[in-house]
Design a protein around this ligand. Sequence first.
Ligand SMILES: Nc1nc2c(c(=O)[nH]1)N[C@H]1C(S)=C(S)[C@@H](COP(=O)(O)OP(=O)(O)OC[C@H]3O[C@@H](n4cnc5c(=O)[nH]c(N)nc54)[C@H](O)[C@@H]3O)O[C@H]1N2
Ligand SMILES: Nc1nc2c(c(=O)[nH]1)N[C@H]1C(S)=C(S)[C@@H](COP(=O)(O)OP(=O)(O)OC[C@H]3O[C@@H](n4cnc5c(=O)[nH]c(N)nc54)[C@H](O)[C@@H]3O)O[C@H]1N2
Ligand SMILES: [Mo]
Length: 777
Amino acid sequence: MLPEPDHHTVVTHWGSYRARFADGRVAGLVPIEEDPDPSPLANAMIDALDNPSRILRPAVRKSFLEKGHAAGGKDRGAEPFVEVSWDEALKLAAAELDRVRTQHGNGAIYGGSYGWGSAGRFHHAQSQIHRFLNCIGGYVRSVQNYSYAAADTIVPHVIGDKRGLVSQHTSWNVVAKHSELIVMFGGLPRKNAQVSSGGISRHILQESLARAQRNGAELVSISPIRDDTVSDPQPYWLAIRPNTDVAMMLGIAYTLMAEGLHDRTFLERYTTGFERFLAYLLGETDGVAKDADWAAAIAGIPAAEIRNLARRMAAKRTILMMAWSLQRADHGEQPYWMAITLAAMLGQIGLPGGGFGFGYASVNGVGHATPEISWPSLPQGDNAVSDFIPVARIADMLLEPGGAYDFNGERRTYPDIRLVYWAGGNPFHHHQDLNRLRRAWQRPQTVIVHDSWWNALARHADIVFPVTTALERNDIAASSRDRFIAASHRLADPAGEARDDFSVFSGITEHLGLAHRFTDGRDEESWLRYLFTLARQRAAAAGHALPDFDTFWKSGFCLLPEPDHQPPLLDTFRQDPEANRLGTPSGRIEIFSSTINRFGYDDCPGHPAWLEPFEWLGSAQVQDFPLHLMSNQPVSRLHSQYDSASHSRSMKIKGREVIRLNPQDAKARGISDRDIVRVFNDRGSCLAAAILSDQIRPGVVQLSTGAWYDPTDPAAEMPLEKHGNPNVLTCDKGTSRLAQGPSAQTCLVEIEPYRGELPPVTAFQPPLFEARQHNSQ
Ligand SMILES: Nc1nc2c(c(=O)[nH]1)N[C@H]1C(S)=C(S)[C@@H](COP(=O)(O)OP(=O)(O)OC[C@H]3O[C@@H](n4cnc5c(=O)[nH]c(N)nc54)[C@H](O)[C@@H]3O)O[C@H]1N2
Ligand SMILES: Nc1nc2c(c(=O)[nH]1)N[C@H]1C(S)=C(S)[C@@H](COP(=O)(O)OP(=O)(O)OC[C@H]3O[C@@H](n4cnc5c(=O)[nH]c(N)nc54)[C@H](O)[C@@H]3O)O[C@H]1N2
Ligand SMILES: [Mo]
């Protein structure tokens, strides 16, 4: 038995909280006192527990229940559901999985199942589904993520591994103490640093920025959106055109060269291939000198500003920070490669407060000095299927089975998928060009989904299992980007008949005679005790004593100290580049990569380069679609999670998501503040509520992600989306043949006032249910 907690604690992606109860029910989540800048997102979890969009019982798409996979996928998303018993749903899912693996092999099951799910080491949906699918013979997986796929692929080619992207960033403590100039490509959005996958102890962005400014650091924000960085005094704002940062950085690099401000010694000792890049920079290879005037014309920033910034960068201890958003765009590999190249020219890599780092505010925890403990998670087992896809190529895969594509030097073929199984993510949130995804989604024979709410993913499934939320189960949380381990206590009974993912998978494996293999004979409590034992051993090995499980469980939260030693990124490489060679072929920073050059990709040549995106403010498409859409992360929720709760809904206007645009662009279109507008391009259209704001560069509009997809007619080919989901507008194209990452931030649109009758938002209502027909089995 688990001991009764002294304080009920819950850990979420947006922070750690103590529960407040009233009348025997959880009534509030109070941030832990250690957190200096807590996020308000948590309370949404309480009112979403039992709101009308909650999935209460297992359900099956009507014609799928009647005809099985012979029903075909055409009407997926447009049909009523029939609620069924747990036993029937589990049996049906088991039979479908068994049919597909027997007839087509496990390579016909896609379990990429990308998404954030909830915090917690045991009830971690991704670990659960992967363990389950491995148990039944394997599945086609996905590699990379939507957050930083292009970076994930390019950065190791340049510096040998993912340091400065996923780990070993120069800590905020060191930045605050030593950096004199902080140049922020994509700003440092406080809204984004609300969250971190796996949980948070302290939100550190605001206090870190304040400390840096108190120490005299100058802040420069290069972003189409001014209020991306909240600080006092405000940063100097350079309102760049979206997707043109490489051109601007080339203009800076050219200035450094022209004025002899680059660090020759550093380039010679620590890098390879600078001459090849230099020939391009100076225009020897293509006849175009990439000077500040050239850059200014592309990036929309005055040449004098570019030159001035180059000089300040060279004169001061400068760190280049770059948001993940910059690489979620066509040719997203290039800004990352170019940022490292520029940092190398400045010669401060490996020095305290100098160099580069990616994602400092993309999530909380980047730059948090943390102990090195590899926290345990649910073991996933081995996958007997070796096939995979780059995660954002899902629609391509479903639309073109057998189709060939390039990926990081390989020529690969898409598998022929018959069954898609999803738990802990929402492709109808995260994928680009949802009209295309809907076409692709008709192709598989069977779609099985676990979720807690009737969002668009659940509506587009054949078999839907209702699962518990983090408040309805016990778990342990810890994160490699933080320095805590905590209990996450069950605070409420499951809504309706919801069960946790573990129980669903246990139930299906039972029908397949594999239950013991999946559960290992453990229930929730024994898994938690087992995982904590591992955590305690690993913490001890790193010099940290954790209490015994029962003491831990009662008190709820352990905060570990920051390590004393906080070396700057790549400091040992700087000290001795021979003894500490990088993992690149040359052992050095590769400004020119022979490996990539050998791939022969026109969309990712051998050195960083300005490559025009498929659409941008300088392209011909502006004649029809003159505005660049930034679909950045939402302030009021995590992706699509908790959009149906009051916090997110309170920020909508007439039920629609807000699109921000510059007053100048609004005036030219006869749009006033709070007007409902139609946003459109060739790929789709949606409604949104206009807010006029001088925080947005003219020519740019901002519609954050996460409004639940809500088509006016779910059976139509290209329905008007009536709620404000930007992914009906974005383009589903890989960043390049190298990384094949998502390119959501490359998107042009037009906007007009919406004069028609306003259709009601229906995304938060459950779908239609029908009673079972007598002739079905
Ligand atoms: N246009 C555009 N699109 C983008 C982006 C962008 O910048 N612009 N950003 C991209 C990025 S970086 C990301 S990471 C993705 C995010 O995309 P996702 O991570 O897919 O989005 P979420 O809304 O977090 O989806 C999580 C789903 O899991 C469910 N869930 C939560 N807990 C559990 C659980 O315990 N079990 C189960 N079975 N389900 C659970 C939630 O209800 C929700 O439906 O979006 C991407 N999409
Ligand atoms: N509240 C909240 N926080 C979140 C999330 C959430 O859903 N809600 N999602 C989390 C996830 S999964 C991730 S991956 C991170 C993502 O973190 P990021 O990718 O860093 O975040 P975004 O909000 O997409 O973009 C940040 C800012 O970059 C700027 N930007 C966009 N394109 C360009 C460009 O071409 N050039 C320049 N210079 N600037 C540009 C925009 O002004 C934008 O507001 O956020 C995380 N944080
Ligand atoms: Mo992400």
